[in-house]
Structure formats: structure tokens, C-alpha cells
Ligand binder design. Structure first.
Ligand code: BG6
Length: 491
């Protein structure tokens, strides 16, 4: 078998979808806290007031307009507020992860739990205590934390009052938050990632941008790249043992046919995704992107010291999520947004209920693509099957319990793991670990639902927020336990 000794088997989560406790322990509001629930057919929205104070809602890609501010509305259900309550159930969950044999656990630190507004000079001690306890508990079981410093959250204050990432000061605020993490969790955390799915930071929730002006978008993103580089530099200074990666949503992109123009179009459309890696792995904007800026009249506000920061702040490894593949066609740009409804269908592949095209072989292809291009270790930090589970309820010893048969999840994961094994054994790729997404059921980022479940552990909660939050082991729990125990030999 190809899996090396010490391969990091585990699972992945993010604070805004998992943690809850949104107004406890001194935590401040984040942009994710004003996002409503949605569904496959009804998009999630942000509740906000426009510049005249009129209450409105906008979906992920709708510009809100200057002067807009995210707000909470009475009587609305906001899924991040409780999420699935890791805040109060962390010990129980970690014990379950340990029972499955996790060697690592991916989670994110909520920025506003440490800095409620994002701007404070000193961090919130209660927030630090919470995460320190979590990391200590993980270590007690020999589970290595893999920490995402930013998983789609931005302090609401920074978004509403300062323009979020359009404001260069946000870079300094983020660096202060990261330095706090590196100092306070030194010796407990070694593996970090800066920004989750940096290529999916297109909207107000993540960037704080209220218009669809491409210049504003690229300026904000430029600040995110700088912030990532400054975080990497700070992390290495704090502890030379720290390993700090980037994180991108990646997927295989196939040309529609062998027409040379189609092939070229495919190659160029890959640049839409690759340029994010180019900046973070090579330390500068690639020539094709600068040319595009020239053509589009995009001018960035760049300072003299920035080039050096980007160069010094390159990452140690590439973390990526892989869920589906796409087909490119001239005139249709491919972006890994998860909104596959608009994509060109691939006749060779099946889809899940949310339209995501399932493609295990594509995972091996992208491992080759990324490793050939950057020669950096890879970490598949998200992958998984989001589907509808049907628990079978019964009473045992006076207690309500359930079993969940989820062969579709096992089938999906098994086929992807087989491809990872080949990428290691046959292609010689350095892959550090595999942390399937939503190892415990949590809120869907795209739709805000609970019914799109990825977990090995079932959480009793529905789309309206009702349920006991009790945890139950699915069939896949016992399957993954064997995978971890056998280091991938028993699939
Ligand atoms: C990635 C994100 O986009 O995919 C996660 O990093 C997200 O936050 C995951 O949950 C799956 O997407 P969804 O929309 O099914 O939750």
C-alpha cells in the first residue's frame, strides 16, 4: 500500500458551520452570523440595511451597494448561531473522533471569538481558553490539530464600518489575530492553513465588498494575499516547526473535445484557479494575471514593501478541497463555486443530489497537476459525499436511538481514497493527509441546510434548527475506523 507511516487520517470542520455559541464567551458577530438558511432551490441570503436604512436581503453574488450593513433581524433563523454546538460538546465529539482513530482534526478558529470587533489591541482571554482546552483535549488523544486561521469569516464590525478586506488595515488586524494564535497555541498546534478556499472568496461574507466593481474585488483579494503572506512569516517566526499551508477549492477541468481551440481554452481557463496557487506558492502575481489586469484596466494599490512580503510569505504545503470535476467550453468560465447547475455536464460521470459530478479519478489527476507545478507537499483537506441520510429510529433501554446505513458515502470515499493511494504509490506524490469534510454532520456552507450531510457521525438537527443535537454513529463511522486503523489497507 502507498500510504506512508504517519499519514494523517482525520476529518474537517469549520467554526461557522460547526461551533455555535455565537454570543457566548465574549465572542463578537461575524459576517457569517447574518446569513439565513436556504436549500438546494432557495439561495441563502444576507440580511442587511442599505445606505438609507431600508431592510433588505441579498444572495451570495448580488452586490449590496455602498453603505450597506449586515444586521440580525428578529425572528429569523441564522444557522451559524448554534450550528451543531461544538462549543458545548467538544469533549464528546473529540472522544468520538478518537474512537474512529483520527490522527488529525481540521477545525478553524473563529476570528471574533478572539477579537470580537477585529480591531481590539488585546485578545479575548475566554476565547483563547476555549481553543486551548480544545487543542489540549485533542492532544490528550494523540490527535494533531490542523487549524484554518480563516474559514470564510470576517468580523461584522470590519465589514460594516471599515469595508472589510478593501481596507488595507484589515491586513494588520488579521496579522495580530494570527500572531495571537501562534503565540497562545504554541506547542499545541503545528499545522496551519491561512485562508480557506481562497478562490471562493468572492462575496460580502468573506471579503466585505458591497459592489461588483472588479477593481474593488481585486484590491480586496490583494490584501488577502498580503495577509496570508504576513501570517506565514509570523508563524515561522513564532515557531520554526510550524507548517503553514494555503487552501484552495480545486477540481479537474476537462476540455469538451480535442479541438485545439478547446484545449487551449481549457488550459487558459485553468488559470482562473491556478493563479491563486501561483501567488501563494511562488510569491508573485503570474504574468498572465498582470496582462489580464492591464486589459481590464485594473489598477492595484501596491506598496514598495509588498513584493518582499509576498516572496517571504510563501506556503509550506498546498491544502485543497476536492468534491467534483468540471468541463470547460469556450465562453464559459470555470470557477469552483459549487454552483454546478451552470456547468457543462460530463456524460461519463454521475451527480449527487446537489448536481456535483462525482469523479474519483479526477482527484489523482489534480494531485499530479498540483505536485508537478509546485513540488510542494499536498494535503487533501476536504472531500466527501453530501447526501440525505435516512435514520432508522428505535427505543433501546428507554433511550431513543438510531442507525444510519450510508453505503453511498462509503462508496464515494473508498473510490477517492483508492486514487490517493495510487497518486502516492505510482506517481510518487508527497501527500501528507486526508481529512474528509464534515466528519460530523454540520451546516452546509452553500445552502445553510442540515439535510446535506457529510458526516460519519449523525447529528439530530433539522433545517429549521430543531432537534436534540444528540450524536449517533453511522455505518460509515465503523468503516472509517477500519481505514484509519489499517492505514488505508482495509477499504
Ligand atoms: C467547501 C467549504 O466549499 O465545501 C466548506 O470549505 C463547505 O465550508 C464544503 O461546507 C461543502 O460545501 P457545502 O455547500 O456542501 O457545505
Amino acid at each position: 500500500m502507498g500510504f506512508p507511516k504517519g499519514f494523517m487520517w482525520g476529518g474537517a470542520t469549520a467554526a461557522n458551520q460547526y461551533e455555535g455559541g455565537y454570543d457566548e464567551g465574549g465572542r463578537g458577530l461575524s459576517t457569517q452570523d447574518v446569513r439565513t438558511a436556504g436549500s438546494r432551490t432557495r439561495k441563502r441570503t444576507v440580511t442587511y440595511t442599505d445606505s438609507s436604512g431600508v431592510h433588505k436581503e441579498a444572495t451570495r453574488f448580488e452586490p449590496m451597494g455602498k453603505g450597506s450593513k449586515g444586521i440580525l433581524e428578529d425572528g429569523r433563523y441564522y444557522p451559524s448561531h448554534q450550528a451543531v454546538d461544538f462549543y458545548h460538546r467538544c469533549k464528546e465529539d473529540i472522544a468520538l473522533f478518537a474512537e474512529m482513530g483520527f490522527r488529525c482534526f481540521r477545525m478553524s478558529v473563529s476570528w471574533t471569538r478572539l477579537y470580537p470587533d477585529g480591531t481590539e489591541a488585546e485578545p479575548n482571554e475566554e476565547g483563547i481558553r476555549f481553543y486551548r482546552d480544545v487543542f489540549t483535549e485533542l492532544k490528550r488523544y494523540g490527535i494533531e490539530p490542523l487549524v484554518t486561521l480563516n474559514h470564510f469569516d470576517l468580523p461584522l464590525y470590519l465589514a460594516n464600518e471599515k469595508g472589510g478586506w478593501t481596507d488595507r488595515d484589515t491586513v494588520g488586524h488579521f496579522e495580530r489575530f494570527c500572531r495571537t494564535c501562534f503565540t497562545c497555541f504554541k506547542g499545541l498546534v503545528k499545522y496551519w492553513k491561512t485562508f480557506n478556499e481562497i478562490n471562493c472568496m468572492l462575496d460580502w461574507n468573506k471579503l466585505g465588498i458591497v459592489t461588483d466593481d472588479p477593481n474593488e474585488f481585486h484590491q480586496a483579494l490583494y490584501h488577502v494575499f498580503l495577509a496570508s503572506a504576513r501570517a506565514v512569516i509570523a508563524g515561522h517566526e513564532a515557531d520554526p516547526d510550524n507548517r503553514i499551508g494555503m487552501m484552495i477549492a480545486y477540481g479537474a477541468v476537462y476540455p469538451l473535445n480535442c479541438d485545439p481551440d478547446t484545449y487551449l481554452n481549457n488550459l487558459l481557463s485553468l488559470h482562473n484557479i491556478q493563479w491563486y496557487c501561483d501567488v501563494q506558492c511562488r510569491g508573485y502575481y503570474p504574468a498572465y494575471k498582470l496582462k489580464e489586469f492591464e486589459r481590464e484596466g485594473i489598477r492595484l494599490d501596491i506598496r514598495e514593501e509588498d513584493a518582499e512580503i509576498l516572496k517571504r510569505g510563501t506556503v509550506d504545503f498546498i491544502g485543497f478541497s476536492y468534491y467534483f470535476s468540471s468541463v470547460s467550453k469556450a465562453g464559459v468560465s470555470v470557477a469552483m463555486t459549487g454552483d454546478q447547475g451552470k456547468d457543462v455536464p460530463n456524460p461519463y460521470l454521475e451527480k449527487n443530489e446537489w448536481g456535483w459530478q462525482i469523479d474519483p479519478v479526477g482527484l489523482r489527476s489534480v494531485c499530479n497537476e498540483l505536485y508537478d507545478r509546485y513540488q510542494l507537499p499536498l494535503w487533501i483537506v476536504e472531500n466527501g459525499y453530501g447526501g440525505i441520510d435516512e435514520p432508522v429510529w428505535s427505543e433501546a433501554d428507554g433511550k431513543r436511538t438510531c442507525v444510519i446505513h450510508d453505503p453511498y458515502r462509503v462508496d464515494y470515499l473508498r473510490k477517492h481514497i483508492q486514487q490517493i493511494e495510487k497518486a502516492i504509490r505510482i506517481d510518487g506524490i508527497d501527500i501528507l493527509g486526508y481529512t474528509p469534510w464534515g466528519c460530523i454532520d454540520l451546516i452546509s456552507a452553500g445552502t445553510g441546510e442540515m439535510r446535506k450531510r457529510y458526516g460519519f457521525i449523525y447529528v439530530d438537527k433539522d433545517d429549521e434548527g430543531n432537534g436534540t443535537l444528540d450524536r449517533y454513529r453511522k455505518d460509515s463511522f465503523f468503516w472509517y475506523q477500519k481505514v484509519c486503523e489499517s492505514n488505508g489497507e482495509i477499504l
